[in-house]
Design a binder for this molecule. Structure first.
Ligand code: SF4
Length: 434
């Protein structure tokens, strides 16, 4: 399909879904064209100034080139659109938005890493922290299933200490999850209010319990974005998957509350075998646009938690459909108004696992550090010992690397040239090296 045919099919999708798509009240999140190019120029100008402030002038050109090349390699090229929320530009779901103190701290750290690659380990970018075992839903794919609604083990004070340790290590983005993190709303506000602005804080939520008033309070306490789980464009299908009538309506209401509070909005989708098709993905993308989302995150079903011992893995054709969707939305100008797509499994297949402390890690509801939410072989307890022991724990996690077990599907290929499919009829996207 060429670009104009894609545009026509997306227009058709608007016509066919606009009647039943939930709507958020705020302006469109995506910015493309000259406004985005201007923002990108200003952003890189700011990065240049940061580089001149923290590196020797002779190191600056090489560091900027390395940073740009690395981003292009991981993201398959330069993006032609950004999401804009609360006066900030979001160019990646898993990096702080610009301008912000978190962005500056993140860029300085990244510049140091690429300037001295032999002595600097990969910078830990994102940590997902599960702050509660409580949840009112019963989702088919829940990876917290074995501990769901058991007694809490982490106190409010321990959560504060845990976040402080992450910030001491320079973690750029903290994603607070659960269970349903809104079930500990007062603790959530307390933790956010006590954190420094050198990290961006996001909430990973089902949307149940996220009222406009709560969204405003979270924003005031320091939250920057919310990723809402939405697993189908059809309300009944989403409610059935989430094990709760009204779950779809809760997402719709929560999205409106998030946008009204000027928080960034992403949607998270578990694309099951029954869901994956070109038409379902087009309808989902339109729904995400209607809700005002700037990002869609694709998390492939894995045989862990509630899905344990089930044959849920996608086949090659379904993965190819999702990869094509990801490439189209991120790189085809015809999709300029649709959200950016984050697809960690696709990234892992191309460039290797970014978890296990390389770029992200996971801390469970007992404070144990893991490679990711799916690979649960704990490296140790984050709160044990002194703050410097946490750094050693991370080194250990990195040294062990990605378990690459059944949870993640096949082991990532290493050292092979991979030709990345491009949107049919569109210009070549890029050739990547896995
Ligand atoms: S996936 Fe999330 S929302 Fe669903 S039951 Fe598990 S913790 Fe609750």
């Amino acid at each position: 399909m060429n670009a104009s045919a894609l545009a026509a099919s997306l227009d058709q999708a608007v016509v066919s879904t606009v009647g039943d798509a939930p709507r958020a009240s705020a302006a469109p999140a995506m910015v493309a064209g000259w406004r985005q190019r201007l923002a990108r120029l200003r952003l890189w100008w700011h990065v240049l100034r940061l580089a001149l402030g923290c590196l020797h002038p002779r190191q600056v050109p090489g560091a900027l080139r390395a940073l740009h090349a690395e981003r292009a390699r991981v993201r398959l090229g330069t993006r032609f659109k950004y999401a804009r929320f609360g006066g900030r530009w979001h160019w990646d779901l898993h990096a702080p938005a610009w301008p912000s103190p978190a962005f500056d701290a993140y860029v300085r750290r990244e510049l140091g890493r690429v300037a001295t690659p032999d002595t600097s380990p990969a910078g830990l970018q994102t940590v997902i922290v599960a702050i509660t075992k409580r949840c009112p839903l019963r989702c088919e794919h829940c990876c917290e299933w074995p501990v769901l609604n058991r007694p809490e083990t982490l106190s409010r004070a321990e959560l504060v200490t845990l976040i402080a340790r992450l910030q001491e290590l320079g973690v750029a983005q903290v994603m607070l999850s659960g269970g349903e993190p809104l079930q500990r709303f007062d603790d959530l506000c307390h933790v956010l209010a006590g954190a420094r602005p050198t990290s961006d804080f996001w909430l990973l939520s089902s949307g149940v319990g996220l009222t406009p008033e709560r969204a405003r309070r979270l924003r005031a306490a320091g939250l920057r974005g919310v990723a809402l789980s939405l697993d189908h464009h059809d309300p009944q299908a989403h409610d059935a998957f989430r094990g709760r009538p009204g779950a779809f309506a809760a997402v719709s209401a929560a999205a409106a509350a998030v946008r009204a509070a000027d928080l960034a909005l992403a949607l998270s989708l578990c694309p099951t075998r029954a869901f994956v098709s070109g038409s379902a993905l087009r309808r989902y993308a339109e729904q995400a646009r209607a809700l005002g989302a700037g990002f869609v995150q694709l998390l492939e079903p894995k045989a862990v938690g509630h899905f344990a011992a089930q044959d849920v893995a996608l086949d090659d054709a379904q993965r190819a459909e999702l990869e094509d969707f990801c490439l189209r939305l991120n790189h085809d100008p015809a999709a300029r108004g649709l959200p950016l797509v984050s697809y960690p499994d696709f990234t892992r297949r191309r460039v290797g696992c970014q978890g296990a402390g390389q770029r992200y890690a996971y801390i469970d509801t007992d404070g144990l550090l893991h490679a990711c939410p799916f690979c649960r072989t704990p490296a140790g307890r984050v709160l044990a010992g002194e703050p410097q022991d946490f750094a050693r724990l991370l080194d250990d996690l990195r040294a062990r690397g990605c378990p690459g077990d059944a949870a993640c599907g096949e082991r990532p290929r290493v050292g092979l040239a991979v030709r990345v499919r491009r949107p049919s009829g569109a210009a070549p996207v890029r050739e990547a090296r896995a």
